[in-house]
Design a protein. Sequence first.
Length: 298
Amino acid sequence: MMEHPARAQPEPAPDRGRLLEYERVTAAGLPEQRLTIWLPPGYDGATRRYPVLYMHDGHNLFDVKHSNFNKIWAADAALLRAMATGRVAPHIIVGVWAPGTDRYRQYLPADIHQAAAPALRARMDAVAGGPIVSQAYLAWLAGPLKQWIDASFRTLPDRDHTAIAGSSMGGLMSCYAFLRRPDVYGRAACVSSHWPAIDPREVGRTTADGEAALARQWGDWFATGLGEPRGRRLWLDHGTETLDAFYAPYQAEVDARIAGAGWRKGSDWESKVYPGAEHEENAWAARLPEILEWLLRE
């Protein structure tokens, strides 16, 4: 007579890290902020310290129910895949939500706004609907926010263990942080950066050489602000469809100026084109493991 087997015990769920939500965060000179923080597997039972990746548009990173378009980057899954290669250490991800309609004026680099030709700046102002506050946003990111993160979690707070990433206007903001605060951010990913800053079709209407002039402005910005690599690492990319279809001339100018500054492509910086990729979260999610593996590798 066969005995009935003992009831099988459920396998413990794999540790895929955990999320923390901070719904109301005040920041001087800015709209109210919100955070989603991902702690990597093993964080709670460990004593080690972790590098930190700051990401913009935090509402689109982890949970579809918070997302704008029912699509997410799946940033936690992407980092787990990068970690599985053995070349990327576990990181804490700090997702900073965009403040609704204030997103544009919080992410547009103040340098570019101030240097823009009058007609282009007027169009930027119309989109912004209020004062540009990217300087205040960067001051908060690199100051009070980072100080709180480093005090509240077991981080490695130095430049070489602090990265920043974003897409579209968040890509511009990531470049802004990288150029303006090289003492804080040793890694940056500027994904599908929205170089036209406004509707791309309107740039050419601002002046006779509007697109070329704006591309040169971005190039000059990198040439004067980038400095030497000194161990830093920068990722740039774009697709070829929807909004990304407008980015190639701008990216070519930026790439040329980065190379001219003595940065070694493939080592200090990378610039990639993804044929067929659109300007949307699923496209960014698809390449995020590759981005993180290159950007965060030890």
